[in-house]
Design a protein around this ligand. Structure first.
Ligand SMILES: Nc1ncnc2c1ncn2[C@@H]1O[C@H](COP(=O)(O)OP(=O)(O)OP(=O)(O)O)[C@@H](O)[C@H]1O
Ligand SMILES: [Mg+2]
Length: 490
């Protein structure tokens, strides 16, 4: 590998956003046929590096060589033409174009005067779609695709022009175990095709088994480089990124089953057109209880949560605090104490971090607001150093932290967390886990957690439900989960 010249060479790459140094004098070489893993805590500069290589973000200084030729500061289309493809952290397909058209777009010539696809482009787009596992959905619109297919579409777009360098930002986030291994197989094929790959992901296990080498970032600086195993053993990497293993938080006493349940859901059904998203789901949650709902993508978790939060129409009955709930607006439901931290985050992008939090604090006195803010900042220290930043410019994990913090700010009676672990660094998962444990010890909060990440969902739960194809198929204590329902999750 190393007897060839590098495909990509970064030297002293530097990026400053106002007063913040996001990437600091960063050096890296990546060779053809090599997968380079890039890890680091949330906000450490990984996506910024990828975006500088692609030309989406202009470097403040430093150089980027692609096959020996300087590309830094060039426009995106030129960098794409020179042989770089990218999978962004967030999928952004064109909504009105089919899967095939989305891929085809990447094959259009650059000249505006010749917007017809070149000869053979359709066949090439079809072949790429098939290679990426999209053969069966070529004519579908992105909005109708399951999450994993949307990520496949991004992968297909990234390799449409047969790039020599592929940048892949968090391909595994939100995917199930099975989907992750399918993706890993696709990415390792890129290596066999002689492409150089830069891969960012917080799924450390999958990244380590896939990458040939790895580099770790912290506060924009490289803190370790070597084989993945060497980097993971590095003491600083362990401290600032990996953290310790999640510990179980079994409770001394199970919450009082004597009184009426806080939430009682009976025969809840949700349909989208012809599709049944939730099929006669019944469940109860006692005051103070922590209930985890485990299920794969598309199983119906989000539909269940949205129905409970009053965001989508549903049939069936919901009793809150012993009383049946009728036609309540989402606002009234939230004021009654049901607060959801949605999978889609729903931040006010043009508002600062602080304003997003203050919006949630409207009904509190100033002193209470201040003490809640303090508590949230100890939970997520990086948010404190970003309070005046527009929330749309936050890194993926920082946005997730803000969404969770905002939900906590509202002081919910029932907190619904939909896939809170998405995009968070391992060390933050540990902090969040500790914080949830403390919340339960010190307040009477009731928690409903939806996860496919059972390592996070099980340690806290008093009770677990498994949801599959719109139905609850299992219920029990976490201790019985592995033996009775763990297949496909563990
Ligand atoms: N336009 C911007 N203005 C100000 N700060 C920014 C801007 N874009 C990014 N940042 C900050 O730069 C830092 C690096 O962001 P980056 O997206 O590269 O992090 P990351 O390592 O990809 O994190 P994650 O793992 O959470 O995705 C973050 O703290 C982010 O808030
Ligand atoms: Mg990122």
């Amino acid at each position: 590998m190393t007897n060839q010249p590098p495909r990509l060479e970064l030297s002293r790459l530097h990026k400053r956003f106002g007063g913040l140094i996001a990437v600091k004098s960063f050096d890296l070489a990546v060779y053809p046929g090599e997968i380079m893993g890039l890890i680091g805590p949330n906000g450490s500069g990984k996506s910024t590096i990828m975006q500088m290589i692609m030309g989406v973000v202009k470097p403040t200084s430093g150089s980027i060589l692609l096959d020996g030729t300087s590309i830094e500061g060039k426009p995106v289309y030129e960098i794409a033409r020179a042989g770089v493809g990218i999978v962004f952290q967030h999928s952004r397909p064109l909504r009105l174009q089919t899967v095939l058209e989305n891929i085809l777009l990447g094959l259009l010539p650059d000249s505006i005067t010749r917007l017809r696809p070149p000869h053979g482009a359709r066949a090439r787009a079809t072949a790429i779609a098939e290679e990426c596992g999209l053969g069966a959905v070529l004519q579908r619109l992105p909005a109708t695709l399951p999450f994993a297919d949307l990520r496949r579409l991004e992968l297909a777009k990234a390799i449409a022009r047969d790039p020599g360098l592929v940048l892949i930002d968090e391909p595994f986030a939100g995917l199930t175990r099975g989907e992750v291994s399918g993706f890993a197989a696709l990415i390792s094929r890129f290596r066999e095709q002689g492409r150089a790959v830069v891969l960012v992901d917080h799924n450390v296990k999958s990244l380590v088994s896939l990458a040939d080498r790895a580099a770790a970032l912290y506060l924009g600086e490289k803190i370790a480089e070597g084989t993945p195993a060497q980097v993971m053993r590095d003491e600083t990497v362990r401290r600032v990124y990996l953290g310790g293993a999640l510990t179980a938080h079994p409770r001394a006493a199970t919450p009082s089953p004597a009184g009426p349940p806080l939430l009682e859901v009976e025969n809840l059904s949700v349909t989208y057109g012809k599709a049944q998203a939730l099929d006669r789901v019944s469940l109860t949650i006692a005051p103070g209880e922590f209930v985890s709902i485990v299920g794969l993508n598309g199983a119906g978790k989000t539909s269940l949560f949205n129905a409970i939060s009053g965001l989508i129409p549903a049939t069936g009955t919901i009793r809150w605090n012993g009383a049946p709930r009728r036609r309540a607006t989402p606002g009234a439901i939230a004021r009654a104490g049901i607060v959801q931290c949605p999978e889609t985050r729903e931040l006010f992008g043009a508002m600062s971090v602080l304003d997003n939090l203050l919006l949630a604090a409207q009904r509190f006195e100033a002193t209470e607001t201040a003490s809640r803010l303090d508590w949230l900042y100890t939970l997520f220290p990086i948010l404190k150093s970003r309070i005046h930043q527009e929330s749309r410019t936050l890194s993926g994990g920082e946005q997730q932290m803000l969404a969770i913090a905002r939900a906590l700010m509202l002081k919910p009676r029932l907190l619904i967390l939909d896939e809170p672990t998405l995009g968070l660094a391992p060390v933050i998962l540990g902090q969040l886990s500790e914080a949830l444990a403390r919340l339960r010890e010190t307040t009477d909060i009731t928690i409903l957690l939806g996860e496919q990440n059972v390592t996070f969902a099980l340690p806290h739960a008093d009770r677990v439900y498994v949801i599959e194809h719109a139905r609850l198929v299992w219920e029990g204590p976490p201790a019985r989960f592995a033996a009775e329902a763990g297949e496909g999750y563990l």
